[in-house]
Design a protein around this ligand. Structure first.
Ligand code: GLC
Length: 562
C-alpha cells in the first residue's frame, strides 16, 4: 500500500490548473521486452515526466483485458493486467510518481465490463430472468422467434448494439435466446446501473484504488450509464444526442447524476478528496457542466478547442464561454487537443481547412494521402495552439507523444490494425490505432528504445521525433513543452483572463494578477506586436521570427513576461 499521499489544504485544489499527461500504458515504455508497454516502464520514465514539468499522469486502463477495445474492455476492475505487471508494480509506480510530486489518475470504465468479466460469464451461464442476468441488459428479441434485436440502436463502433446469445440454462438451453446490449463492441456488455449491486461494486473499486494512493479518476463515457429501458424500447437509429433536457433514451439522463453524487461521497472520504473528470461527449455545454459540479465528479472534459478550426474568433468564443460556464459550475475548465481517441493534432491541422470528421476518416483510410496535408503547417499550428492552451486558466490535458510533435501514423499496414471500429465497420473506418503507436525514446536503439518489438509498428520517421533527437535541441517541440510547462507555473494565477483587443488574426490576452501577455497570430502573415508589448520579454515562442522581433510570425504563439 502507498501512504505517500500529501494532505495539505492547498493540495486539495491541485487539479484546478494542473497539466495532466495521459499515458496509454501499452504504448509508453516496455520494461520487459515483450513489445507491450507496462507499469514498470512508466516507473522507469518518472524522471522524464518530472523534467517535462507535468503535475499529474492519467493512465488509460491497465486492467486485465483481452484488448478487444485497447483495454476499455475490463475483465477485473481491481487488478493489473499480468502483461503490464502486478499490483506491487502499480504501488511502486505510484510511490515513484508521488516522490516526484506527480499525481496519479486512474481510468474507470463503468458503462460496460468486458465479456470475460466474471459477472458476464455468470450471466451467460444463467437463465433469462436470473439475478446474474440483471447486472446487464438482457432482453428478448423482436420478431416471431425473437430473431430481431430488441431495438434499432447502433453501436459506437459500427453494427448493431445488440448481440444474441445461445442459452446455456433454462427451458431454451442450447438454442438462440436473449440479446444483450453493448453500446460499443460486442465484447463490452453494458452494465445495468439500476442494479444496486453494480453501484456498490464501483464504490468498492473507487476505494480500492484510492486506498492505494490514486489521486483521481477519469470516468469513461460518463454520460451513458443510465438508460431508459422501459418497454417498448424507444427507436433511436443514430447515437446523436438531440435533446438537452435529459430525456434522451441512452445518454445524459438526469438520473446519472445520482450515481455521481454517490461517487462524490466516496471520493470525499479521502484527504485530500479524490478528483474525478468526466468523459461526457454531451453537445450542450450547460448539460456537460452538470458532471463538473463540486457535488458531482468535479470536472468534465471539454473537447471544444479540439473540434474547432484554427481560427482566432472561434478560439476566443470558446474560451470566453467555457471560462464563464466553469465559473458558474464551480469547476475549473479543461482543455485538450489530443488523446487516444482522435487524430493527433499536428496531423489534423495539416489537413486543408474545413476538413470535417468524415474527411478525416477518409484521409486515414487513404493512408494519409488524400487530401494531401501540409505537415510543416500542421506542426506549426499545433505548437501555436498548444502554447495558447497552456496559457489558459484551468487544467490542460496532454497526450503522450504530443510533446514530441508526433503526427498520426496514418499508413499503418491493414494487418496490424486493432481498433474494433476497423472490424465492425467492415474496414470502412480505420479507427484510432494511428495515435497509439509506441513512443520513440531513442533514435539509435532497436524499436527506438521503446522495448521489445512493438505491438503496433513504428514508422521510420519516428526516429526524427525521438526524445534523443530533441533533448537539448532549442527549437524542438520537446524543449518547447518543457519550457512552457516550467514557465506555466509562474504564469498561472487567478482562473480568469482579460482579452487585450478585439480579435482579428491575432489574439492577445493578459493573465491577472501576474500580468503575463500571450499573443497568438492565427494568420499566415507576420503581425506587428501590439503597442506596449516589450519584445525583449518574450520567454516562450512556438516559432521563431525570421525578421525583426517586433513582429509575431504567422501561426505562432508568444508568451511575454510581465
Ligand atoms: C471512451 C474511451 C474510448 C473507448 C470507449 C469505450 O470513449 O476513451 O477509447 O473506446 O470509451 O470504452
Amino acid at each position: 500500500m502507498n501512504d505517500n499521499v500529501s494532505t495539505t489544504a492547498l493540495d486539495a485544489d491541485w487539479w484546478r490548473q494542473a497539466a495532466v499527461y495521459q499515458i496509454y500504458p501499452r504504448s509508453f515504455a516496455d520494461s520487459n521486452g515483450d513489445g507491450m508497454g507496462d507499469i514498470a516502464g512508466v516507473t522507469s520514465r518518472i524522471g522524464y515526466l518530472s523534467d517535462l514539468g507535468i503535475d499529474a499522469v492519467w493512465l488509460s486502463p491497465f486492467y486485465p483485458s483481452a484488448l478487444a477495445d485497447g483495454g476499455y474492455d475490463v475483465d477485473d476492475y481491481r487488478n493489473v493486467d499480468p502483461r503490464l505487471g502486478t499490483l506491487d508494480d502499480f504501488d511502486a509506480m505510484v510511490g515513484a510518481a508521488h516522490a516526484a510530486n506527480i499525481k496519479v489518475i486512474a481510468d474507470v470504465v463503468p458503462n460496460h465490463s468486458s465479456n470475460r468479466h466474471e459477472w458476464f460469464k455468470a450471466a451467460l451461464a444463467a437463465a433469462p430472468g436470473s439475478p446474474e442476468r440483471a447486472r446487464y441488459h438482457f432482453f428478448d428479441g423482436q420478431g416471431e422467434n425473437g430473431e430481431l434485436p430488441p431495438s434499432d440502436w447502433p453501436s459506437h463502433f459500427g453494427g448493431p448494439a445488440w448481440t444474441r446469445v445461445t442459452e446455456a440454462a433454462g427451458e431454451n438451453a442450447g438454442k438462440p435466446g436473449q440479446w444483450y446490449l453493448h453500446l460499443f463492441a460486442s465484447e463490452q456488455p453494458d452494465l445495468n446501473w439500476d442494479n444496486p449491486e453494480v453501484r456498490e461494486d464501483f464504490h468498492t473499486t473507487l476505494r480500492f484504488w484510492a486506498d492505494r494512493g490514486v489521486d483521481g479518476f477519469r470516468v469513461d463515457v460518463a454520460h451513458a450509464l443510465v438508460k431508459d429501458m422501459t418497454l417498448p424500447l424507444r427507436s433511436k437509429p443514430t447515437l446523436e444526442i438531440k435533446v438537452d433536457d435529459g430525456t434522451d433514451a441512452l445518454f445524459d439522463r438526469d438520473e446519472v447524476h445520482e450515481i455521481y453524487a454517490g461517487w462524490r461521497s466516496v471520493l470525499n472520504e479521502y484527504d485530500p478528496p479524490r478528483t474525478a473528470v468526466a468523459e461526457a461527449w454531451v453537445p450542450f455545454t450547460h448539460r456537460r457542466l452538470r458532471y463538473a459540479r463540486p457535488t458531482g465528479l468535479g470536472q468534465a472534459f471539454n473537447f471544444d478547442l479540439l473540434q474547432a478550426p484554427f481560427d482566432a474568433t472561434a478560439f476566443r468564443d470558446i474560451v470566453t464561454r467555457c471560462l464563464a460556464e466553469a465559473e458558474a459550475s464551480g469547476a475549473s475548465s479543461t482543455w485538450v487537443f489530443s488523446n487516444h481517441d482522435v487524430i493527433r493534432h499536428p496531423s489534423r491541422y495539416s489537413l486543408p481547412d474545413g476538413t470535417d470528421g468524415a474527411g478525416q476518416d477518409a484521409w486515414l483510410l487513404s493512408g494519409g494521402r488524400e487530401p494531401a496535408g501540409d505537415p510543416a503547417r500542421g506542426l506549426r499550428r499545433a505548437r501555436a495552439a498548444t502554447l495558447f492552451m497552456l496559457s489558459l486558466p484551468g487544467s490542460a490535458y496532454l497526450y503522450q507523444g504530443e510533446e514530441l510533435g508526433l503526427f498520426e501514423a496514418a499508413d499503418l499496414p491493414a494487418e496490424s490494425l486493432q481498433d474494433p471500429t476497423w472490424f465492425r465497420t467492415g474496414n470502412k473506418i480505420k479507427g484510432r490505432d494511428g495515435c497509439r503507436v509506441p513512443l520513440p525514446w531513442n533514435a539509435s536503439e532497436a524499436n527506438f528504445g521503446f522495448g521489445g518489438s512493438p505491438w503496433l509498428p513504428q514508422p521510420e520517421w519516428f526516429a526524427g521525433h525521438a526524445v534523443s533527437a530533441q533533448d537539448g535541441a532549442p527549437d524542438s517541440t520537446l524543449e518547447l513543452y518543457r519550457s512552457a510547462l516550467a514557465w506555466r507555473r509562474t504564469l498561472q494565477s487567478a482562473e480568469s483572463l482579460e482579452w487585450v483587443s478585439e480579435p482579428d488574426a491575432t489574439l492577445a490576452h493578459y493573465r491577472r494578477p501576474n500580468g503575463w501577455t500571450v499573443l497568438t497570430n492565427f494568420g499566415t502573415a507576420p503581425a506587428e506586436l501590439p503597442a506596449g508589448v516589450d519584445a525583449s520579454k518574450i520567454v516562450v515562442a512556438s516559432g521563431t521570427a525570421a525578421g525583426p522581433t517586433t513582429m509575431v510570425p504567422g501561426e505562432t504563439t508568444l508568451w511575454i513576461a510581465p
